[in-house]
Design a protein around this ligand. Structure first.
Ligand SMILES: [Fe+2]
Ligand SMILES: [Fe+2]
Length: 319
């Protein structure tokens, strides 16, 4: 978006084109361009129509072979991956269900139409993970609900505070009163900016990069990259929605700021496996937490800047 708030349609098309790329860092760079170009909800909807993929598209045969080879994947790597995968799997289920009241509360038909596409995306992501858990990780359960239950012990307490606490509260308020616009501003900040734009895309970028560098789980990497192309579109919606809300009424900037301050004490801790000693500084079999935190903060700052907010607000008040 240019400084006077106008968007260049050619730039929008170019920015959205990058989402077709299969390389995760290009997907991330594409997200930056989308956030800057601020495509309309209609443009985001058109892109969704042209970006369909199926959970059955991916060949997991090499993934199955690798997962069952103890010489290829260490126990430590396996434990860490299971933690990361499960936080995503359960997260996809939560965001599928909790998005329903958001779509009802959206103020225009264009925004509603886009959010219904996102609900179907999130359901597809959940089904993708369910297939991966069954076929590659060899987990057995009668249905998706039972499968999710088997993985529940793998998520950490901060994941629960964010998804079962804050996100659920946002969705409940919208369900009880879909006309509560400040509740929608808070909800979009939690959902699209904190959960998707800061945590999920950062976590995904590090997982995909680590696996790709080691030639591990190629079927999963392809599918998960498709998942994250969808996520970029979702974050594009959130940034556009909040930028417009702030332009219409500067009081909405305060809601975004308060919501970020509500989430930020918890959000970085979602990255930490429950067994680490210090959740603010820990090693994983693939990278150090400091790299992840730095990437996440940068990702968040970019989104705030695109909404016309000063990322310095995150420094917080001297309380
Ligand atoms: Fe998703
Ligand atoms: Fe999403």
């Amino acid at each position: 978006m240019s400084e006077n708030g106008q968007t260049d349609f050619k730039t929008e098309d170019e920015a959205l084109q990058v989402l077709l790329d299969g390389d995760i860092d290009k997907v991330m760079a594409g997200l930056d361009r989308i956030v800057e170009a601020a495509p309309s909800y209609e443009k985001l909807f058109m892109r969704w129509q042209r970006q369909h993929w199926s959970t059955e598209d991916f060949d997991f045969s090499e993934d199955i072979r690798q997962w069952n080879d103890p010489d290829l994947i260490t126990e430590e790597q396996r434990r860490f991956m299971l933690f990361g995968f499960s936080q995503f799997f359960l997260g996809e289920e939560r965001v599928t269900v909790e998005l329903l009241p958001f779509a009802i509360a959206a103020p225009s038909h264009e925004a509603k139409a886009f959010l219904t596409t996102q609900i179907s995306d999130e359901a597809k992501h959940m089904v993708f993970f369910d297939r991966f858990y069954r076929e590659v990780l060899g987990m057995k359960a009668d249905d998706i609900g039972a499968m999710l239950e088997t993985q529940r012990p793998n998520v950490n307490q901060d994941w629960e505070k964010l998804f079962d606490g804050i996100l659920h509260d946002c969705a409940e308020r919208l369900r009880l009163d879909p006309t509560d616009f400040p509740a929608l501003v808070r909800g979009v900040t939690v959902y699209m900016i904190v959960i998707e734009g800061t945590l999920a895309l950062t976590g995904a970028r590090f997982i995909v990069k680590a696996l790709k560098e080691r030639g591990l789980l190629p079927g999963f990497v392809s599918g998960f990259t498709a998942v994250n192309r969808d996520e970029s579109r979702h974050v594009g919606f959130g940034v556009k929605f909040l930028a417009d809300a702030i332009k219409d009424d500067p009081a909405n900037a305060r809601i975004v700021e308060d919501t970020l301050k509500e989430c930020l004490p918890i959000a970085p801790l979602v990255f930490a496996p429950s067994w680490v000693e210090d959740p603010y500084s820990f090693d994983t079999p693939f990278y150090h937490s400091s790299e992840v935190f730095a990437y996440a903060m940068k990702a968040l700052s970019k989104k705030l800047a695109a909404m016309g907010l000063d990322p310095a607000m995150l420094a917080g008040d001297p309380a």
